[in-house]
Design a protein around this ligand. Structure first.
Ligand code: NAP
Length: 336
């Protein structure tokens, strides 16, 4: 590989364009050299903007000799196929979440990566690179607070794009909490459940909103996640870890505090892309460095699989009305 990682991007929608801007402007170790999109005009526009090659298909981009590593930012159902194609070519691949639509597809990716003999896949669980979550994990690891016992979390959204469905609240929205909670607790899930909640009149569609997701871990910790997908007062992400001797809270993003008229207030963001903007920057800077060092350390295929198995169990529980086991295969050595 050359000194810089030559990256091809599949998917030139909202986050694809944002990540290209980020890679070009902030990540010195990367050259973005190619794009592809289901919508040819979307890719052609970005290719013209940056003076890079536009491929007719994702498969052609992956096979291109000028592409060392691939960034997948296309729609969810296309992720698994492209990741498998990258592994066929033994190329590094950064896949936006979710890694796949089902746990079974994640297992196929795991088998293909194991056959390559080294980690090539990183999943876009960017919250692990957020300074607030990272500080929480460090505080817990210091041990003074004792063992973590519970997590109370909330994911509150202002709106959704047309076509949103009940399951997307789990596979696209709460998938971030499914990842970050097991990362903070350093444990795997045992059961998952979704509880019925009085529904919000603010929902502009037919999907269930809010939903209350409950999980237990293998060591008996409990996690509750409030998922509001529409009509919330802001894009507000909350997380509190309750430990034996105290609690740790996720800090709010820095905001000016105003005191006037016998009131004290600060603004809360409404846009998800702004809330974790620095986490995305750090995520890609570390990924590029890891690719150059030939040693990935960020969220792995196993992490993508674990979140997917938990999501599958949550969705099954909505049908059965009871907690469902989160049954995972044995963790391969490569991901330990
Ligand atoms: P988007 O604006 O709809 O963009 C996706 C683009 O990919 C669209 O142009 C879409 O075309 C295209 N596409 C769909 N299927 C494709 C295929 N098979 N091959 C190539 N291109 C294809 O969506 P987005 O908001 O950017 O999200 C993209 C991905 O990033 C999603 O998987 C999402 O879950 C993930 N994401 C992650 C985060 C995060 O916080 N980590 C945040 C936002 C999004 P059509 O319009 O014709 O479908």
């Amino acid at each position: 590989m050359e000194k810089k990682v030559r990256v091809g991007v599949i998917g030139c929608g909202a986050i694809g364009r944002d990540h290209i801007r980020r890679l070009v402007g902030l990540v010195a170790e990367v050259d973005v050299v190619a794009v592809a999109d289901f919508v040819p005009e979307a890719a052609q526009k970005v290719a013209a903007q940056y003076g890079i090659t536009c491929y007719a298909t994702g498969e052609a981009l992956i096979a291109a000799p000028e592409v060392d590593a691939v960034l997948i930012t296309s729609a969810d159902p296309s992720h698994a196929g492209y990741v498998l194609e990258c592994l066929k070519h033994q190329k590094y691949v950064f896949c936006e979440k979710p890694l796949a639509q089902t746990a079974a597809d994640c297992e196929k990716i795991m088998q293909a990566e194991l056959a390559c003999g080294k980690r090539l896949v990183q999943v876009g669980f960017m919250r692990r690179f957020d300074r607030g979550y990272a500080a929480m994990k460090q505080r817990i690891a210091e041990g003074k607070l004792g063992d973590p016992l519970m997590i109370h979390a909330a994911h509150r959204n202002v709106s959704q794009a047309p076509g949103f469905e009940t399951d997307y609240a789990i596979t696209r929205v709460a998938i971030h909490e499914l990842d970050i909670s097991r990362w903070l607790l350093d444990d795997e899930y045992a059961t998952a459940q979704v509880l019925p909640v009085r529904q919000s009149k603010a929902t502009r569609g037919e999907w269930l909103n809010p939903q209350m997701v409950m999980l237990t871990t293998q060591s008996g910790q409990r996690i509750d996640i409030e998922v509001q997908t529409d009509g919330a007062y802001a894009y507000d992400i909350q997380c509190q870890v309750v430990c034996e001797n105290g609690i740790v809270n996720l800090p709010d993003p820095a905001a000016v505090v105003t005191r006037t008229g016998a009131k004290c207030s600060f603004d809360i963001l409404t846009d998800w892309s702004q809330r974790f903007i620095e986490a995305y920057d750090i995520e890609f800077q570390q990924w590029a460095q890891a690719v150059l060092n030939n040693r990935l350390t960020g969220p792995s295929t196993w992490d993508g699989y674990a979140a997917c198995v938990a999501a599958d169990a949550v969705m099954l529980s909505r049908k059965t009305g009871k907690p469902e086991p989160v049954n995972m295969i044995e963790k391969p050595e490569m991901y330990r």
